[in-house]
Design a protein around this ligand. Structure first.
Ligand code: ZN
Length: 258
């Protein structure tokens, strides 16, 4: 694994470019870390959403079905966490790579819509999106508004009167876009893993899959985590590790390539 930081040698930067240039189908996998610079705290971090709302107690599908009033306490907090946030330079760097034919898609664990707002077009949202409310009874999908989060009561479906939930994947619900993710990954030969430890299925399997198929991994995290805690594995999966804040490391990559 080659570490890329501000002191990286010209040779290692040149190698980044030549490995990238050889890739036919580069793609990215992103997690909470890419949106921290937009003011959205990692739910798992101290002070994050999960320290205020125990996910076991609030974030399950069973909680919504049994007690939507209680589940909506979490949804309102999530709504105010995501409200008025804008994409940062890391999101924009990925959009730029895609626009220049250097990125074939982004698989994201985030529900904040910031990749799309930055200009990325091929975005696969594993955990759904936070821009809509969803009716589990009649499948109605409606754009979420501020009023939905200001209401003291649970918003109801206007077609069938069933309680609405955010169009995000709750614990106990199936993840989204698996067939599309599979077809993006089947010939992906370079995966940028950004701001995620990729420990939750299905994201967890993607770096190893790409690696198994002979592809390369570029990791963008504060510390290298891919592969470090896999059972029986002590080595890192990443070929290049871009160390530090993604607000610096992703623009660095796009400057090198464009
Ligand atoms: Zn309905």
């Amino acid at each position: 694994m080659i570490t890329i930081n501000p002191e990286a040698s010209a040779d290692s930067l040149k190698e980044v470019c030549s490995v990238y240039a050889e890739a036919q189908k580069p793609a990215a996998l992103t997690g909470a870390g890419i949106s921290v610079g937009s003011g959205i705290s990692d739910f798992r971090s101290p002070g994050g959403l999960w320290s205020l709302f125990d996910p076991d107690e609030y974030a399950g599908l069973d909680v919504f079905l049994r007690n939507p009033e209680k589940a909506w306490e979490l949804y309102r907090a999530l709504g105010s966490e995501l409200k008025d946030k804008i994409p940062n330079v890391a999101h924009r760097s990925l959009a730029e790579l895609e626009q220049n034919g250097l990125l074939h898609g982004v698989v994201t664990q985030n529900v904040d819509n910031l990749h799309q707002r930055a200009g990325s077009r091929m975005v696969l949202e594993i955990h759904g999106d936070h821009q809509h409310l969803q009716c589990l009874q009649c499948s109605e999908l409606i754009p979420v508004t501020d009023e939905h989060y200001q209401m003291k009561t649970v918003p109801l479906c206007t077609s069938c009167n069933y309680p609405l939930k955010p169009n995000v994947v709750l614990f106990g619900e199936a993840v989204r876009s698996l067939p599309e993710i599979e077809s993006l990954m089947v010939d992906c030969d370079l995966l940028l893993v950004i701001g995620t430890s990729a420990q939750v299925y299905p994201a967890a399997g993607l770096p190893a899959l790409v690696k198994h198929n002979g592809g390369k991994i570029f990791e963008f995290n504060q510390e290298p985590v891919l592969g470090s805690d896999r059972p029986g594995g002590s080595s890192f999966l990443s070929d290049f590790f871009f160390k530090g804040d993604v607000l610096q490391t992703l623009p660095l990559l796009s400057r090198l390539l464009l």
